[in-house]
Design a protein around this ligand. Structure first.
Ligand SMILES: CC(C)(COP(=O)(O)OP(=O)(O)OC[C@H]1O[C@@H](n2cnc3c(N)ncnc32)[C@H](O)[C@@H]1OP(=O)(O)O)[C@@H](O)C(=O)NCCC(=O)NCCS
Length: 277
């Protein structure tokens, strides 16, 4: 399986991120600039609980709201498979149970394998019966988010967006407004996750840069908003929060908008392919 957890010598393979076990400095730099991406929907989650750790089962049972239980389950399923693919581990239930997601006090997930910190950074999002997980090398500040383009109240726009962002939202055509709003919101949430603070700070402190340019570029090359789009096509984005800069990517297909931001800058997300069991 070629995994040396807790060290930089992690051999990856089946996801196509790292093909060789050579671990020269060139390969190491390639690893550090790559981010894996994996998505699942509710119907794909294994119905038994044998892939969850005892602590995760307890957390699930403690969640009183059925929707929260469902999201927790879907999120863990997606993240464990993503981590297994990234670390070139098998994806049988007992290996998945040994991959544990432990939330810190802020709710941000940390990954453990066989009770030791796993050499990955992850970020997780669930929305509309789908979950996404981004995985990168340890140490990267990483945030990802999945949003649905949907009608929002005006108060949502005035309360959570900067004046410049509000101007942009007002300028775009009616047909694009909700997708643009979802993109801006998602980029903010990704940034708040990368900072590991979540919605504890004012979302207007997170500024999404040059969205107008991004949207014009996207419209020139495709009709991504609300239409086709594919997971292969990612567009650049940038955000900042106070003096910290984040680099990222966004993508849209159907009603879904996906964003991912990081520090340092990483390449466009690469689809992970967990091994079949
Ligand atoms: C992080 C946050 C912005 C996520 O927004 P969301 O749109 O509701 O949910 P998403 O599905 O996109 O993301 C949820 C995931 O973000 C991750 N997350 C939660 N808090 C996080 C934090 N501080 N930093 C990074 N990631 C975090 C978790 O993995 C969570 O999924 P999980 O709980 O199933 O593990 C939001 O949940 C938040 O701010 N939480 C902190 C504040 C809080 O706990 N409030 C109490 C509820 S009102």
């Amino acid at each position: 399986m070629g995994v040396m957890l807790g060290s930089s010598a992690v051999a990856r393979g089946r996801n196509g991120v790292i093909r060789s076990r050579r671990h020269d400095s060139q390969q190491r730099s390639a690893e550090l600039t790559q981010v894996g991406w994996f998505e699942q929907c509710l119907a794909q989650v294994r119905s038994e609980c044998d892939w969850l750790s005892p602590a995760e089962v307890a957390r699930l049972e403690a969640a009183r709201i059925p929707k929260r239980r469902e999201d927790l389950r879907l999120g863990r399923w997606t993240a464990k498979l993503a981590v297994a693919a990234y670390l070139n581990l098998p994806s049988d239930p007992s290996t998945l149970a040994a991959i544990e997601l432990r939330p810190d006090a802020s709710g941000a997930p940390w990954v453990f394998f066989e009770d030791r910190p796993a050499p990955v950074s992850i970020s997780l999002s669930h929305r509309g019966g789908r979950a996404v997980c981004a995985v990168a090398a340890p140490g990267a500040l990483l945030g990802c988010d999945l949003e649905i383009a949907e009608l929002r109240w005006n108060a949502f726009i005035t309360d959570y967006f900067t004046d410049q962002e509000q101007e942009l939202i007002a300028r775009v055509s009616d047909s694009q407004r909700w997708a643009v709003l979802a993109l801006l919101w998602s980029a903010k949430e990704s940034t708040l996750k990368a900072l590991r603070v979540g919605l504890r700070i004012d979302t207007r402190q997170v500024v999404v840069e040059s969205v107008g340019g991004m949207i014009r570029a996207a419209n020139c090359v495709s009709r991504e908003f609300g239409n086709g789009g594919s997971l292969d096509t990612w567009h650049r984005l940038r955000t900042h929060c106070e003096r910290r800069n984040f680099y990222g990517w966004w993508q849209s297909s159907g009603i879904f908008v996906r964003t991912m931001v990081s520090e340092p800058e990483l390449g466009p997300p690469i689809p992970l392919q967990p091994p079949l069991t």
